[in-house]
Design a protein. Structure first.
Ligand code: AP5
Length: 193
C-alpha cells in the first residue's frame, strides 16, 4: 500500500442530505479528484444481492451505521484500485462518521489532508431528502429513516468536527448549489494539493 500512504485525502462530512454528493460532483469537475462515497460503495454491495449485501441493507434501512470493518475494507479496496491507475487525490464522502473510523483510516489507509464540513439545519436536510425520496428509490429516504439518520449524525458524527477542528473548513450550506460551491472553491484554492 505504498501508493496509498502518499495519497491526498479530503474527508467530506455532513448530515444526511447536506449536499456532500452534489458538491463532490462539482469538485471532481473542476479539480479532478477521485470521488468515493461510502454510501455508494455500500449500495453497490447491496445491489450484488450477496448475503453480506443483505445484512448491510438491513442496517442502512434503519439509518444506523454499518460495522466499521465493512466500510473501511470497501474504501481501501476502491482506493487501492484507483491508486494503481495513477490517482493521487481523493474525496472521501460520508466517511468518517465516528471518531474510531477516522483513527482506523489514518492508521491503516492514508493520512487526512483536509476536511470539508457542510453545515445545514435539520429542517433543510429533511426537506431535501423527502423531495429526493420521490424519485431516488433509496430505502432510507422516508420520514422515519430520515429521522433516525439525523439522530445517528448528531450523536455519532458531529463530535468529529471538534476532533478535526485544525483541519476543518466549515461551510454553511443552506444556499444554492452554486453559492455553496463558491465557498468550496475558496477552500480548494487556498490549499496546495
Ligand atoms: P450516505 O449514502 O452517505 O447518505 P447520507 O450521509 O445520508 O447522505 P446523502 O447521500 O443522502 O446526502 P448528501 O449529503 O450526499 O446530499 P446530496 O448531495 O445527495 O449513507 C447512507 C447509509 O449508508 C448511512 O445511513 C449508513 O447506514 C451507511 N453508511 C454510509 N457511510 C457509512 C460509514 N462511513 N460508516 C457506517 N455506515 C455508513 O443532496 C441531497 C438532495 O438535496 C439531492 O436531491 C440534491 O439534489 C439536493 N440538494 C443538494 N444541494 C442542494 C442545495 N444547495 N439546494 C437545494 N437542494 C440541494
Amino acid at each position: 500500500t505504498g501508493g496509498l500512504k502518499d495519497a491526498k485525502v479530503l474527508f467530506v462530512i455532513g448530515g444526511p442530505g447536506s449536499g456532500k454528493g452534489t458538491q463532490c460532483a462539482k469538485i471532481v469537475e473542476k479539480y479532478g479528484f477521485c470521488h468515493l462515497s461510502s454510501g455508494d460503495l455500500l449500495r453497490a454491495e447491496v445491489q450484488s444481492e450477496s448475503d453480506r449485501g443483505k445484512r448491510l441493507n438491513e442496517i442502512m434501512e434503519k439509518g444506523e451505521l454499518v460495522p466499521l470493518d465493512e466500510v473501511l475494507a470497501l474504501l481501501r479496496d476502491a482506493m487501492e484500485k484507483k491508486v494503481s491507475e495513477g490517482v493521487k487525490c481523493f474525496l472521501i464522502d460520508g466517511y468518517p462518521r465516528e471518531l474510531e473510523q477516522g483513527e482506523r483510516f489514518e492508521k491503516e489507509v492514508a493520512g487526512c489532508t483536509g476536511v470539508l464540513y457542510f453545515e445545514v439545519s435539520d429542517d433543510t436536510m429533511i426537506q431535501r431528502l423527502l423531495e429526493r425520496g420521490k424519485t431516488s428509490g433509496r430505502v432510507d429516504d422516508n420520514e422515519e429513516t430520515i429521522k433516525k439518520r439525523l439522530e445517528t449524525f448528531h450523536n455519532q458524527t458531529k463530535p468529529l468536527i471538534d476532533h478535526y477542528k485544525d483541519k476543518s473548513n466549515i461551510i454553511k450550506a443552506e444556499g444554492t448549489v452554486d453559492e455553496i460551491f463558491t465557498e468550496v472553491q475558496k477552500y480548494m484554492d487556498s490549499k496546495k494539493w
